[in-house]
Design a protein around this ligand. Structure first.
Ligand SMILES: *Cc1c(COP(=O)(O)O)cnc(C)c1O
Ligand SMILES: [Zn+2]
Length: 425
């Protein structure tokens, strides 16, 4: 099976260009990488993956950020805003209270537009230029639209975004708006937006930059490279587990691809591969359902709801890539309540790390899995926090302390300070 961790060296097809091609994950059909615009397999409609004749080793990487890993990417350079190279924070209090050997937070909210989507867009927009397409488009729960708008404008291209009306956090719409995207608010959920934008793309109206686009996932692969390099430098060993929030499961697929390529390159032993552990909100947990039931396919949830709007997704398009990733790495998936998400958001904030609700799902999921004994106390774990606190100021304000009104004089302020803070949570 092509998505196996122990897949052999690939045969390079005739349509490869510079040792790079697109391959269907189901039927194995191959396509030239930049010949035509295509997002799925012409033969069977399944997902495509970018494949390479050779995989680089850690020694081949140089520079900083996403393009440090250009030897593992389909292009040498991209439309960049200096994305990647995000911090991997220590969180001693959280590490102790969750009770694992080591816990690090990979804060993807520190990317230029405040989410990991930038890593995908720097590659995706560059590929769009290579293909010579006109308009770029995406459906989005918010962050993809912010990244597309920013990278599209950096590349001098027109952008169109479809958002579920009333379900996108304020910071994200503001970004898409100021960076000049045409914003269509759809009277439906994210999955409906994606259905429509896929139709538009197939009719040639726009180039699709959702994570269905295999080139975007190449950029997101670099999260895995960064985490593994950092753990190796700090602990002399790779992490035992990587925990991440799951929406469309693009990141889960991208991390798994990074691991497979490092195994192929001989940099990572099969038994060193971190356990991929996905976390969803209880109200939008189709991947968790599939993992729990041992199902090969994910059942689309029509009605999804959670405060973590970035992962309010009922039909994770990358499930066929992500399910093997979770299974082959001995990982798992779990769902958490909105209350647990908010508590984790506060816990992270208490370590000085500001994240949006979806991001905190990783930490909430880790806490729960540790409490259930599925994660063990001797594990070294990296949790991904996917987006910045300022993306969703309303959620942050609701989870935090309320401001206290005081009079404009020192005595009045002192009197307030002396009294019990009635608004503290
Ligand atoms: C896009 C996004 C996710 C979901 O990532 P997938 O790759 O679609 O699973 C999670 N958190 C945030 C903040 C996001 O923007
Ligand atoms: Zn196919």
């Amino acid at each position: 099976m092509s998505l196996s961790l122990s897949a052999g060296k690939p045969e390079v097809p005739d349509d490869a260009a510079d040792g790079t091609w697109l391959e269907c994950i189901d039927c194995g059909e191959t396509f030239g990488p930049f010949e035509d615009v295509r997002y799925t397999c012409d033969e069977c409609d399944s997902l495509l993956e970018v494949r390479y004749a050779e995989h680089p080793t850690f020694d081949d990487f140089e520079g900083e950020g996403v393009w440090r890993y250009s030897d593992a990417l389909p292009l040498e350079s991209g439309v960049t805003a200096q994305e990647g190279a995000t911090p991997l924070y220590e969180v001693p209090r959280l590490e102790e209270s969750i009770d694992v050997e080591a816990l690090r937070i990979k804060h993807e909210g520190m990317n230029p537009t405040g989410s990991f989507k930038d890593r995908g867009m720097t590659v995706g927009v560059a590929v769009a230029k290579e293909l010579g397409v006109g308009r770029l488009a995406c459906a989005s729960t918010g962050n993809t639209s912010a990244a597309l708008a920013a990278y599209g404008s950096r590349g001098g291209m027109e952008t169109l975004v479809l958002l579920p009306a009333g379900k996108v956090a304020a910071g994200k719409i503001a970004q898409a708006s100021l960076h000049g995207a045409r914003i269509l608010e759809v009277d439906g959920n994210f999955d409906a937006c994606l259905d429509i934008v896929q139709e538009l793309a197939s009719q040639g109206e726009a180039y699709l930059l959702n994570s269905l686009n295999p080139f975007r996932l190449e950029g997101q692969k670099t999260i895995g490279f960064e985490i593994l390099e950092a753990f190796r430098d700090d602990y002399g060993a790779f992490p035992d587990r990587i925990v991440l929030p799951v929406g469309n499961a693009g990141n889960t697929s991208a991390l798994y691809k990074a691991f497979r390529e490092l195994v192929q390159a001989g940099e990572l032993d099969r038994d060193e591969v971190p356990k991929l552990t996905g976390v969803q909100a209880e109200g939008a947990a189709p991947m968790v359902e599939a993992i729990e039931n041992g199902a090969d396919e994910v059942r689309r949830w029509e009605d999804v709801e959670t405060r973590a709007t970035a992962i309010r997704i009922g039909n994770p398009v990358n499930a066929p890539k992500a399910l093997p990733g979770i299974r082959e790495t001995d990982g798992t998936a779990i769902s958490v309540s909105d209350k647990e998400i908010t508590e984790a958001q506060r816990d992270l904030a208490g370590e000085g790390i500001g994240v949006e609700p979806a991001s905190a799902a990783s930490v909430a999921g880790l806490r729960k899995l540790r409490a259930e004994g599925i994660v063990e106390s001797d594990e070294r774990v990296a949790c991904l926090t996917t987006g910045h606190l300022l993306k969703d100021p309303d959620a942050a304000a609701a989870a935090g302390n309320d401001p206290e009104p005081v009079p404009a004089d020192t005595d009045g302020v002192l009197a307030s300070l002396a009294s019990e803070n009635s608004s503290e949570r």
